[in-house]
Design a protein around this ligand. Structure first.
Ligand code: SAM
Length: 276
């Protein structure tokens, strides 16, 4: 019988975020597939664990992935870890999970640290609907096209960014969404210098003109204001009733349908329509 692939999140800064289940899963796995074995070795040392490790990183998902799959198919359990946070979220893992799903190999995701969720929760921006954008494309033309597509996005948008590209990205966001759009710049989450700046895009650009960006960042940008559809009036309803009547509908059916389509009161529309 095939083994199981466990996706094991690791702290995004604070070792106190290691959960008992996370540690147990690492302890019980037959081997660990790690994005960077040197980084994960430190974590294993911290937990007092010794485990066989293999590399699974962005540029070896084909060969590294096949080696992991072969061992899973032979019955071994694998714990997949990345340098920080949840595997498969802007990190290696998604192809491996997809291949496991195709081959009928069980996958278990252990809940745990993820910069996206932590930033969204602390941002103060609407969290009921959001879109995770990860890292923006580096190529200028692709980046602009991507941001153009997001101009009307009404959901909160979450971006990852590296410190040396932060200022340029804030300027690009300001150009795309306007200077008054609210943003929460979430820095060094769960670490000593954790900071959440809740600003407009214009203020954020200005802030980082005089403060060098240091550490890791998640940018949580408020979505566009919804475009309000004008509410239909009884006169709109009457016009619709007349069209439906011309198409052969009875007065009662036409009123019922028009009221439903335009979200109007059936009785009021009926009274108005009777006079025409
Ligand atoms: N898989 C990870 C996760 O679950 O969040 C994300 C990995 S991605 C390669 C790394 C990016 O995540 C960083 O560039 C930064 O945008 C964000 N990040 C990771 N740790 C962070 C932290 N402690 N504070 C703020 N952002 C962080």
């Amino acid at each position: 019988m095939a083994g199981t692939l466990y996706l094991v999140p690791t702290p995004i800064g604070n070792l106190g975020d290691i959960s008992p289940r996370m540690a147990d899963t690492l302890a019980q796995a037959d081997f660990i597939a790690a994005e960077d074995t040197r980084v994960s070795l430190k974590l294993l040392n911290h937990l007092g664990l010794k485990k066989p490790m293999v590399s699974y990183y962005r540029h070896n998902t084909q060969a590294g992935g096949q080696a992991v799959l072969d061992r899973l198919l032979a019955g071994e359990d694998c714990a997949l870890v990345t340098d920080a946070g949840t595997p498969a979220i802007s990190d290696p893992g998604q192809e491996l999970v997809a291949r496991c799903a195709e081959l009928g190999i069980g996958v278990v995701a252990i809940p745990g640290p993820c910069a996206l969720v932590t930033a969204l929760a602390v941002s103060g921006q609407p969290t009921d609907r959001f879109t995770f954008e990860g890292f923006l494309p580096m190529n200028k033309k692709n980046r602009k096209a991507h941001l153009d597509r997001l101009k009307g996005e009404e959901r909160t948008m979450v971006f990852y960014e590296a410190p040396h590209k932060l200022s340029a990205t804030l300027s690009d966001l300001k150009d795309a969404f306007g200077g008054q759009r609210p943003i929460s710049v979430c820095r060094e989450l769960s670490k000593l210098h954790e900071q959440v700046l809740r600003l407009t895009l214009e203020q954020a650009v200005e802030w980082y003109e005089s403060n060098e960006p240091k550490g890791e960042f998640v940018l949580v940008v408020r979505g566009a204001e919804p475009v309000q559809e004008p509410e239909a009036t009884l006169e709109d309803g009457l016009a619709r009733v007349l069209v439906l009547r011309q198409g052969g509908a009875s007065l009662k059916d036409a009123v019922k349908q028009a009221a439903r389509e335009l979200d109007l009161s059936k009785n009021e529309l009926y009274d108005l329509a009777l006079g025409h």
